[in-house]
Design a binder for this molecule. Structure first.
Ligand code: ZN
Length: 306
């Protein structure tokens, strides 16, 4: 082999090595890029799910606050009007000497706070109303039973409480309704007669379908309840127990019938803390504390699109 051939062979080897290096580089780049894409996709999915949940919670809180403001002021908004029901209008304004009927209502349970609330109600001999969600663990099933056994009113607040699901269509709403109605019936033997829409009947998520949902509930013989007094425990604003008491008491004096919005979800320990004081203040004022039944004047917000 002469020098020229050797030179050519050397060049050829070097070229092959170079090609090999480039190929390895490309494969490594593509692999890293693919792995990164997969990881980013997973992270984004998790992020989207968590954001969706936060939106549900925020929309709920926003609607709950908005509604109370609207109910009190009779505010007209650009895209909807809140029409007060008869009992939430002038007819429900208390005058000197009127007896105040107060319905304490607890949404979003059961949770470990439900038992604490039931203990407090028992201590004071008070009956209340629980608008429950669907949970099938042993503690929750026991809580449904305890609510009924101790003479409180068990009412529905949807099975899933997921706005994006129940308010997606009438069909989805019906399915969710049947699930919570059946769960309560199978667990307690009680056919619940009362419903509270997650976010109330004037929540903005379901505006387009709300009249269909209401019509459906009417057909089932179900009465839906909103509220005209908010304890404020639904807001992200951290009210102290004293402030919750103040929120309730300052509104209850205005009405003949007050349906008070409170929550027995597991994060609502301030509500548990405030409850004895709320009951004592109500009793001191001479108010009648009652569970919702067929004699209760209906408190409803109704939203109509313009
Ligand atoms: Zn709720």
């Amino acid at each position: 082999m002469d020098e020229k051939e050797q030179e050519a062979l050397k060049k050829q080897r070097e070229r092959r090595k170079r090609v090999q290096r480039i190929r390895t580089g490309i494969i490594t780049f593509i692999s890293v890029w693919m792995i990164l894409s997969i990881v980013l996709t997973v992270i984004m999915c998790v992020k989207i799910i968590s954001l969706q949940k936060q939106i549900d919670v925020l929309v709920g809180n926003y609607d709950q606050n908005k509604k109370v403001e609207n109910t009190e002021a009779g505010v007209q908004n650009d895209d909807f009007t809140v029409v007060n029901s008869v009992t939430d209008s002038k007819d429900n304004l208390a005058e000197e000497g009127d007896i105040h009927k107060v319905y304490l209502t607890f949404d979003d349970g059961p949770s470990e706070n439900t038992d604490k609330i039931l203990d407090i109600l028992d201590d004071y001999g008070i009956k209340a109303t629980f608008f429950v969600n669907g949970r099938e663990d042993e503690e929750s099933l026991a809580a449904y039973k305890r609510i009924v056994d101790e003479g409180h009113t068990i009412a529905m607040h949807s099975y899933s409480h997921k706005y994006s699901e129940i308010y997606s269509s009438l069909d989805a709403f019906k399915k969710d309704y049947e699930k919570i109605q059946n769960l309560i019936y199978d667990t307690t033997g009680v056919e619940s007669m009362y419903y509270r829409f997650p976010g109330g009947s004037s929540n903005r998520v379901s505006n387009a379908h709300m009249s269909d949902y209401i019509k459906f509930l009417n057909e089932q013989g179900i009465v839906y309840f909103d509220w005209n007094v908010s304890s404020g425990d639904a807001t992200s604003q951290a009210f102290t127990a004293d402030e919750l008491v103040e929120n309730v008491m300052s509104d209850v004096v205005k009405y003949k019938t007050s349906v008070v919005l409170m929550h027995d979800a597991k994060t609502k320990s301030t509500t548990v803390q405030a409850l004895p004081e709320i009951i004592e203040a109500l009793q001191k004022s001479g108010a009648l504390i009652l569970p919702i039944d067929e004699n209760t004047d209906v408190i409803q917000h109704t939203s109509i699109q313009q």
